[in-house]
Ligand binder design. Structure first.
Ligand SMILES: CC(C)(COP(=O)(O)OP(=O)(O)OC[C@H]1O[C@@H](n2cnc3c(N)ncnc32)[C@H](O)[C@@H]1OP(=O)(O)O)[C@@H](O)C(=O)NCCC(=O)NCCS
Length: 150
């Protein structure tokens, strides 16, 4: 747990509805899939993993990742990440991501990649503040790739 009271926990049968009820702001909805869609996609992607972010006992966010199939022991793809609209701008996003990065570092991961949609509500500068840099690569879906060495 971090000093903001943030922890990453398994999604369970008891919590899955609450996690699926977490929502981003309307202006952000084009930047990340709904959590229910992410969990459904993970069902078909056996290497994917996900956790819920809790602030003390309150569910506030969701994070999902998978190894890069080209270099699975070394490179992790941060696939989805969101903090509920009612809990944003309280430091939970930064705390959750830094905790997740620390756990990946402990797993021996050396590089994390992610990709973002650019635009007015883009999380690009959030990721840059954490230490991610743009690689210059643009994915076929138009998203810009970011990476962070651990
Ligand atoms: C991006 C997101 C996770 C940030 O979560 P959050 O809890 O609001 O972020 P925090 O409160 O921890 O903010 C941490 C820092 O980033 C800054 N920040 C947050 N969102 C930002 C943004 N979109 N652009 C620039 N800076 C941002 C904050 O000002 C804060 O700066 P500080 O440390 O200097 O005070 C959240 O806005 C979100 O869920 N967005 C929609 C989904 C999304 O885009 N996900 C990522 C793509 S998969």
């Amino acid at each position: 747990m971090t000093d903001t009271g943030l922890s990453l926990r398994e999604v369970t049968a008891a919590s899955v509805r609450a996690i699926c009820a977490l929502k981003v702001a309307d202006s952000q909805s084009g930047y990340v899939a709904a959590n229910a869609v992410s969990i459904a996609q993970a069902y078909f992607q056996p290497t994917a993993a996900f956790k819920a972010a809790y602030a003390d006992e309150a569910p506030v966010g969701f994070i999902m990742w998978r190894p890069d199939s080209r270099d699975p022991d070394r490179v992790m793809i941060l696939w989805r990440f969101m903090i509920d609209r009612d809990h944003q701008s309280k430091g939970y996003g930064k705390a959750a991501l830094n905790l997740w990065l620390q756990q990946r570092r402990e797993d021996g991961i050396q590089l994390v990649t992610t990709s973002v949609v650019l635009g007015p509500a883009s999380p690009l500068n959030f990721y840059r503040a954490i230490g991610f840099d743009l690689t210059g690569e643009i994915r076929p879906n138009g998203e810009s790739v970011l990476q962070l060495s651990l």
